[in-house]
Design a protein around this ligand. Sequence first.
Ligand SMILES: [Zn+2]
Length: 451
Amino acid sequence: MEETMEGNKCVRVNRNYIVAIIGIWFLGAVPQAMGQDSPYEVSPIVINVYSLLASNPQVKKGVDAIKVDHENTIVEQKQICEIPAPPFKEQIRAADYQKRLAALGLRDVQMDKEGNVFGLRPGAGKGPKLLVCAHLDTVFAEGTDVKVKERDGKLYAPGIADDARGLAALLSIIRAFNASGIKTVGDIVFCGNVGEEGLGDLRGVKALFRDHRDIDGFITIDGTGADKITYLATGSHRYLITYKGEGGHSFRAFGRPSAIHALGRSIAQIADLKPPREPKTTFTVGVIRGGTSVNSIAAEASMEFDMRSDNERELLELEAKFLEIVKKAAADENARWRSDKITTQIKMVGDRPAGVQPPDSIIVQAAWAATQIIGQKPKLGEASSTDSNLPISLGIPSLTLGGGGKDDYNHAPGEWFDPTNAYQGPQRIFLTILGLVGVDGVSEPLLSLRK
Ligand SMILES: [Zn+2]
């Protein structure tokens, strides 16, 4: 992170200024944020917008409304969590969420062909359009017990944080808009999207950005906390590789090539791949299958392969080497037995593009200022793989922000959520949104229209 910070082009300003003018008004005290250890600079234009917002009574009303709404948000979070939403089976939760969006007065609430549900909160006109999402799907298979259990002030259930929290926080933000009566300059589309996890492969956001070419900015509420700003996207490619042959009796048909042996040759070479440490680039063969019995030459064997990188070029380079190995292993196994019977099926099952934005981009600065206002110490997150990957790769300003509270063991049956002060999550996102789309008669939008 240090290296990228050197590219910071912001004008140097008194960092504590924004905290002082905003912090006192909202919180009655200057928070400890932005100490001398932080190298981050917020530009005067962003400081100006946030000082205008911070001194506006309607904005304060919205921020306060989110705190008052805390218990209600937790109730909804539990309700949403208890509607199962396995990958590709988000329909029931989506239909429920669509009703919740409509009940909050959004315009044109609808479900698209992919299964995303969304509605519009129109602005005054001629402003940017911001898409705010939380993902409907979980990683958990059908039949998983998703009943929420409470113990020692924590909520336990698969999916209670990822992303029932994001979905509930999003609804709380819409209620804050309604309570405050704020008229934004730009439009906001609020959305529960499908297909974020695993083999869902971002199909929800891919459809949204394919069908709507007028989106100028993107926020996804994913994970918890109210201090981290995720603005870098780790790309991933995933493959299902299947070798097929004739198979046969291990003794009588000896001499035929084996699908498992081809797979073994392949994995042995993959294991020796050496991707760069920086930018972080990784790989693993996560699953293998194949064969029928101990005394049979395997007719089929397959592997699932995952590779990731913070840099798209490194990802593509590693992919090229991987594919070469996969093909060569089949050729080697055939050559060993002077055969041509082993064939290779290559299926790409995951494609999440990598992408970068400068740390001083306007959307990151807006989130930084918003984080300070709620009294948290902002920090730039490492690259990660979320719905933001897709818009970041398209050059659209995008962030992944937590929905507040704390969690652990997500993607595992022991997932828990601690709701202490969780309202700070939606408060921060509410303020980030206001800065980006602008408030009519108060502040200009920080987000520019897409060219
Ligand atoms: Zn998630």
